[in-house]
Each structure stands twice: as C-alpha cells, then as structure tokens.
Design a protein around this ligand. Structure first.
Ligand code: SIN
Length: 313
C-alpha cells in the first residue's frame, strides 16, 4: 500500500507572518517554508511525509507559469508507486481557481488536497496547523481520490468550492451542494462521492505559459458601458466570461458590446455574478459556464482554447 504523502508549498496566509500575534489581517503572506509549516504540526512527525516548495507567493499573484509547474509536480508525485496522495498549501484568494485547474487537467485517481489558512502562522490562534493536519488525514484516507479542498474541517469538491468570506476562518462554502465531507477529530464523515474526471491531461498545459490564451472576466452592473469590452477586443482578447446579473442578463450596452465581440470572433460565455446558484433555462441555450463561477469559467475557457489548433493551422 502506498503511504507517502507529499506536501507541495505555494505560499499564502498559511505561510504568512505578522509582527504582532494578535494581528490576524496585517501580515505578509508566503514567508514560511512548507518544511516549517510541517514542523508546526507535531502529530505529523515521524509519518512518511515529504515537503517540496513549488512556489512562494500571495495567491492574488498566482500566475500561469506557477500553475504549470504545480500541475507538473503534482502529476509527477502522483505517478510514484509509494505516494498515496498530495497536499497543496495555497493562499485562499485564488484557491478555487487552482482547484478547478488541477481537477480539469489531472482528475486524479489519488487524492490531491488543497489547504490554506485565513490567519498567519504567527497568529495567537492560527488555523493553518489544524487545516494541514486535516488535509493530510484526507490525503491518507483509503479510497479518497480527486482534487478537494480542506479548510475549517470541511471537504469541498472542485466544482462547488467558493471563497465566501474575507476574514472568517470558515471562509469556504460549497453553496447549495454543501460540503462533500467533514473531518471530525481525524475521522471522515462523508456526504457525497469523491470528484471524478474526465481529465484533459497534463499535455494541455505544455504550451509556454506566456502563450496561454487571454481570457478576461467582465461584468454587468447599473450604469454599465460597453467601451471596456470593445477595448479588450481591440487589444486581442480571445475569450470573455461575463459575470451576469441574476439568471444571465446583462445591461443593454454590455449586450451590444458582447455582440460586437462575438462578431469579431471572441468566445463569450455567460455565468452569474450571484454568490450562489447556477443559471437555469433551456439546457440547449445555456452557456457551458452556466454552473461555474466566473473565475472557474475563465480557467475552463482558457483550457478549452489551449486544446484548439492554432489559428491558420
Ligand atoms: C493568499 O491568497 O495568498 C493570501 C490570502 C490568504 O491566503 O488567505
């Protein structure tokens, strides 16, 4: 039985430090190494765990080169016969985007568990060590598979996970679906099955990250104007994800600009800017992004465009 767990560090608040232990928000993210995070959890000492620093950044600054490297290192370790699962320590701010990318590219048959913290490692009551312990617990769980997020005892699947709060330690939600499972004192209470593929495959990310297709998220709101969309099209954007009002509506000025964009060959998908729920209506007319957050849809569209043959090819 494989038993090794590999922890890949990418930075985030879980690796952040502040000069004042009572300061939960005035800190610098991505300061402590993944080895230091592991050392802060005494219960993990002596277990077959390896730690590797893949990146050290505040996840607001996540970039395509880091995604490519993270996916490659994750796939490398998952392919090892001795490895049971991979844990990724990550910032909370773009965690759901990374989760969706890894899910769509790898859809692994072993667990890949993303974890994070809302308070820095120096906080009086830091949440990172417990989250890391819970993440390793899930990664070691027999039968676990797929890309999941473990924060505040909740296990979220990649399609449902959303960051819903700017400072609470329980900052993630699976919305209407509810969490896939809960980690309770080292035991798993499971509500739904583990996430499944199909995987696009790591080859999808083989392109130089500087060449990944340009896809932007735009939105509609009171007083909206279409000039920003026209400017993006003129600058060469390949795709637009629209965070629409309600059930997929947009301001008439935005609608006109989106029609011009479509006419110019730009791919346009609609999803909702509502914090919960999905677009509903005739399935034949719904956008491929109807059930996605705007940020997931951006990843999905980009991956789709990367699978297309180059223009003129
Ligand atoms: C980050 O996303 O890297 C900073 C914020 C956080 O981890 O909570």
């Amino acid at each position: 039985m494989p038993s090794t767990i590999v922890i890949l560090g990418t930075g985030g608040t879980i690796a952040g430090t502040a000069s004042d232990p009572s300061d939960n928000v005035g800190y610098t993210a991505a300061q402590r190494s993944v080895g230091d995070l592991l050392a802060a959890v005494p219960m993990l000492a002596g277990r077959p765990i390896e730690a590797e620093q893949v990146a050290q950044l505040d996840s607001k600054d996540m970039d395509h080169a880091t995604w490519q490297r993270l996916a490659q290192r994750t796939a490398h370790h998952l392919s090892r016969a001795d490895v049971a699962g991979v844990v990724v320590t990550h910032g909370t701010d773009t965690l759901e985007e990374t989760a969706w990318l890894l899910h769509r590219v790898l859809a692994p048959s072993k667990p890949v568990v993303l974890t994070a913290a809302m308070r820095p490692a120096t906080a009086l009551s830091a949440d990172g060590p417990q989250n890391l312990l819970d993440a390793v617990t899930v990664a070691q769980m027999r039968g676990a598979r797929g890309v999941v997020t473990v924060v505040a005892g909740n296990v979220h699947g990649p399609a449902d996970v959303r960051k819903v709060h700017p400072y609470r330690t329980d900052a993630f939600s699976s919305g209407d679906a509810g969490p896939l499972a809960r980690v309770e004192e080292g035991h798993l209470r499971q509500h739904r099955d583990w996430p499944d593929g199909p995987a696009m495959g790591l080859g999808r990310l083989a392109v130089d990250p500087a060449e990944w297709p340009w896809v932007e998220v735009v939105t509609s709101h009171a007083g909206a104007r279409g000039g920003g969309i026209d400017a993006l099209v003129a600058a060469g954007v390949r795709g637009l994800v629209v965070a629409c009002t309600g059930n997929g509506t947009v301001h008439h000025a935005v609608d006109a600009a989106l029609q011009r964009a479509t006419h110019a060959g730009v791919l346009v998908w609609r999803c909702t800017r509502c914090a919960g729920g999905v677009l509903v209506g005739d399935p034949a007319l719904l956008s491929p992004a109807a059930a996605m957050s705007p940020w997931q849809a951006r990843v999905e569209m980009m991956l789709g465009l990367m699978g297309e043959p180059p223009a003129g090819g």
